[in-house]
Design a protein around this ligand. Structure first.
Ligand SMILES: C[S@@+](CC[C@H](N)C(=O)[O-])C[C@H]1O[C@@H](n2cnc3c(N)ncnc32)[C@H](O)[C@@H]1O
Length: 537
């Protein structure tokens, strides 16, 4: 912000999607650099106009890869791309507005703007609106012992651990939390990281293994430390589940249920890789039985530890700049949501030597406080975490494996994509001709594959037969996919095992996505056909 009261907005040049975002900004009549005049006291109308411009810019600047791909058609009528994006954009805007200003009239305007942004933040609501249903019969003894241990070791928390219907353990706000309040703070000394391996008797053996990662070392350390009665982290290990139910330990029935889905391959490949890694480690472990007791290093224990790390670890940036995989007692009780409260965590605060979990939208007393584990598809969440999130997951995409077209135009076009994807077309707001609820980068790719490099909408109007071919290609691809998924099963879901239930739910979600794409293709073909037979005058 300048002394004269101008607020500068700039799209970072090192943004990985700079060209795409530049194009999206220009569609909204904005450039990559914008100035907002906040001089003097603004009327409510001008203040709202300023906020709208900030939001237009902030949303685009904060889009992630999937959101950029689906682009402007993915906005709701109110202009919201996703709850994650909205929260990030509003927090980013807030970080741009100076907290103090020497000139009184500017200070009043800035304060009003801050209040307006905070007002918007409190309006961002989650899908998990219903109050957390706490299972009273579950005694949280182990969990309470861990929280007490944490507090003795410097953990500060505004969360209470409870068993919540449908989530296992979870964290409930014990007071009203507003934007910026730190729900949880964990000192570095209470975090499990690779440092523990370096200071153990394992390190001199493990460091000699070619290509071994610090993650694998930490995993092997954890497998033994879990059974150490004198471990500093005993209350943490005691609080962990005996069995995880991630896709990696799905039974045969659940795996069979996934027939026809890409998830089946994803799980099988992930498990094979783990087995290969384990088989490579076995000779070394067996040569040092005094350090790696064989009964603690079975395949079952190894798989348990892998599931623990996949479902409970976090990537944390330490003051030395290193990104380390960590297990974080107490924070490990936070569940994920597509509509999270906590999105900004992951970096150690050097002043306090602790990891803070501030809320980026209000969480009222009694509500479950959710974290964002990352922008993951449901297949990733099922494979590595063992759950399907509630609500529409905007990251639930079906990747499409096309050969890249060898075309000079494409090579010079920095805004073209090399990979393509689709998702439920109900998430798109534009089902008009040339859009059909389908992503523009994919449609343009297929148009080029059918020989049309268009430069304007007129080119599209002049080549309606190409539209028919593009939609026909997509329809036949997804027809095959729907056939592969088969019909809904007649299995009694109520009485099925948890893994089978989840596999069935996943398949049902896939059918819903594929059917929506097929419906959009058919509606699009009809629309184009109507224009071909009855051209507009
Ligand atoms: C970091 S732990 C969170 C605490 C966990 N619920 C527990 O009881 O220990 C991650 C695991 O929590 C569960 N989980 C997280 N988010 C969830 C959600 N939105 N719905 C259902 N289960 C969820 C999954 O089992 C996941 O592997």
């Amino acid at each position: 912000m300048s002394e004269t009261g101008d607020l500068y907005l700039e799209l970072a040049e090192d943004d990985p999607f700079y060209q795409h975002k530049k194009t999206l900004l220009s569609c909204k009549g904005l450039g990559v650099k914008e100035t907002l005049n906040l001089r003097g006291s603004l009327t409510e109308q001008l203040l709202n106009a300023a906020l709208e411009k900030l939001l237009l810019f902030g949303r685009i600047a904060n889009l992630d890869k999937v959101e950029v791909y689906f682009g402007e058609d993915a906005c709701t009528p109110a202009g919201i791309y996703s709850i994650r994006n909205e929260i990030s954009a509003l927090s980013w805007i807030l970080s741009l507005i100076p907290v103090s200003c020497n000139i009184q009239t500017h200070a009043v305007t800035l304060e009003a703007l801050r209040a307006a942004v905070k007002g918007r933040i409190s309006e961002v609501v989650g899908a998990e609106k219903e109050k957390a249903r706490i299972v009273d019969s579950y005694r949280c003894d182990k969990e309470s012992r861990l929280v007490e241990w944490g507090q003795d070791n410097g953990v500060k928390t505004k969360l209470q651990i409870a068993h919540i219907d449908g989530y296992g353990r979870g964290a409930i706000a014990s007071e009203d939390l507003k934007f910026g309040d730190v729900a949880l703070e964990i000192p570095i000394s209470s975090i499990i990281s690779e440092e523990y391996v370096y200071n153990s008797d394992m390190y001199s053996i493990l460091e000699k293994i070619d290509g071994i990662t610090s993650e694998t070392m930490l995993l092997l350390w954890t497998m033994r430390e879990k059974h150490n009665q004198d471990s500093k982290f005993k209350p943490y290990f005691d609080s962990l589940q005996e069995n995880f139910c991630t896709g990696l330990s799905f039974g045969v029935d659940a795996i069979m249920e996934l027939d026809g889905t890409l998830l089946l391959d994803e799980i099988m490949q992930a498990k094979e890789l783990l087995r290969e890694r384990y088989d490579e480690l076995v000779p070394v472990l067996s040569n040092h039985r005094h350090v790696f007791p064989p009964e603690l290093y079975t395949w079952e224990h190894y798989l348990w530890a892998c599931e623990l790390y996949y479902s409970n670890s976090m990537q944390i940036k330490f003051p030395d700049g290193k990104l380390k995989t960590c297990l974080i007692p107490v924070a490990g009780f936070l569940n994920h949501s597509v509509y999270p409260h906590i999105v900004k965590y992951g970096k150690v605060d050097t002043e306090t030597s602790s990891l803070k979990f501030p809320v980026s939208r209000p969480c009222n007393k009694g509500e479950q406080c959710f974290l964002s584990y990352g922008n993951y598809s449901s297949s990733h969440l099922l494979t590595f975490y063992g759950f399907l999130p509630k609500g529409d997951n905007p990251y639930d995409v079906i990747p499409l494996d096309f050969d890249v077209i060898d075309d000079e135009d494409i090579e010079t076009d920095f805004s073209s994509w090399t990979t393509h994807m689709l998702r439920g077309t109900w998430l798109s707001s534009n089902h008009d001709i040339f859009h059909y609820g389908l992503p523009t980068p994919l449609l343009n790719y297929l148009r080029r594959a059918h020989g049309l490099v268009h430069h304007s909408e007129t080119d599209l109007w002049n080549n309606l037969e190409v539209e028919m071919e593009v939609l026909g290609t997509l329809r036949s691809t997804f027809d095959d996919m729907l056939q592969n998924l088969g019909d809904a099963d007649s299995i009694d879901r109520e009485n099925a095992d948890q893994d089978v239930k989840m596999a069935m739910e996943f398949k049902e979600q896939q059918r819903k996505i594929v059917s929506s794409i097929l419906d959009s293709c058919s509606a699009g073909i009809k629309l184009v056909q109507d224009f071909i037979t009855k051209p507009e005058v």
